[in-house]
Design a protein around this ligand. Structure first.
Ligand code: BV8
Length: 247
């Protein structure tokens, strides 16, 4: 039986009022109201014919470096022109209310940092950071509108500093994320279909270690069955309502 939003918000606020350690996992849904299509939204225009999961791979990049480079350039330009939304700001507010808080984001758009979140892990990297393909040398001041990936001084192609499908996440980030999930009193999952691993395993790790799980989404997902509370609706609406109950 779907409980109404008000009831669920009250239950979520009760769990948070009794909690000390809060962990939040976000996905593309938290940036939707900023105007960024989610990872599984249909791609538009030139990119409609491509599958993101094929482009966001080392094979895809090596097969056609220019195509993948231009796809990220298109996304980086889109992200440059958008702002954090009320959901991002609510999470930055929530962080100030708890001495032990960690935000784990799958997003590469940098909007949580722009909204003021500090204690956070960018699990899949950032579209605004670049490195060389062969040696990981950092690359600065990469212009927009390039047709091809520029070359590193070492001669290697430059690529976005993000985690592609089939690539391992940063070991330290992964260790930190599992440690936080295991220790969490409350684990909030916002705007993710919970299909991409290892991030999708964090809510179950938290729940298995006794955390209360609060899910904020438009619809049920792969982890809704382990959620103690389901806040249905856009996170730009539900998260500010939740934070207002804690003030
Ligand atoms: C790894 C950067 C191993 C790139 C991304 C079979 C089974 C299990 C796992 C695998 C498998 N086959 C392959 C794997 C591994 C694979 C994986 O999980 N694949 C899935 C698809 C099955 N994982 C990996 O490859 C990872 N690496 O496993 O390495 C390894 C170990 C050692 C050595 C070598 C290798 C790496 C995964 C990282 C991939 N990179 N991003 C880029 O962005 O271009 S992931 C990509 O998907 C984005 O980061 C995105 O955030 C992420 C997850 O998607 P979501 O964020 O959930 O977005 P989605 O569109 O799916 O959902 C949006 C949700 O929001 C929806 O639920 C919607 O209802 C909701 N929503 C919409 N509007 C709103 C809203 N909610 C609230 N408010 C709204 N307004």
């Amino acid at each position: 039986m779907a409980r109404d939003l008000q009831t669920e918000l009250g239950r979520a606020a009760e769990f948070l009022a009794a909690a000390r350690k809060i962990v939040v996992l976000t996905g593309a849904g938290v940036s939707k109201e900023s105007g960024i299509p989610t990872f599984r939204d249909a791609q538009t225009g030139l990119w409609a014919q491509y599958d993101p999961q094929k482009l966001a791979t080392t094979e895809g990049f090596l097969r056609d470096p220019s195509l993948v480079w231009r796809w990220y350039d298109f996304r980086r330009k889109m992200i440059r022109d958008v702002k954090p939304n009320a959901g991002h700001f609510a999470l930055a507010e929530l962080e100030k209310m708890f001495s032990e808080f960690k935000l784990l984001t799958q997003n590469i758009d940098g909007l949580h940092r722009a909204a003021g979140s500090i204690q956070m892990v960018e699990l899949h990297g950032s579209i605004d950071r670049f490195k060389c393909f062969d040696k990981g040398h950092p690359a600065e001041d990469i212009p927009f509108e390039l047709e091809e990936p520029p070359l590193c001084a070492c001669g290697s192609l430059i690529r976005p500093d993000i985690v592609w499908f089939g690539e391992a996440l940063d070991g330290r980030n992964l260790q930190e994320s599992f440690r936080c999930a295991e220790a969490a009193d409350v684990f909030i999952v916002v705007g993710t279909s919970a299909l991409v691993y290892p991030a999708a395993s964090f809510p179950a790790v938290a729940s298995d270690h006794g955390a209360k799980v609060i899910e904020c989404n438009m619809e049920e997902t792969a982890i809704s069955d382990i959620a103690d509370v389901f806040l249905q609706g856009p996170s730009g609406i539900t998260l500010p309502k939740l934070v207002a109950l804690l003030n």
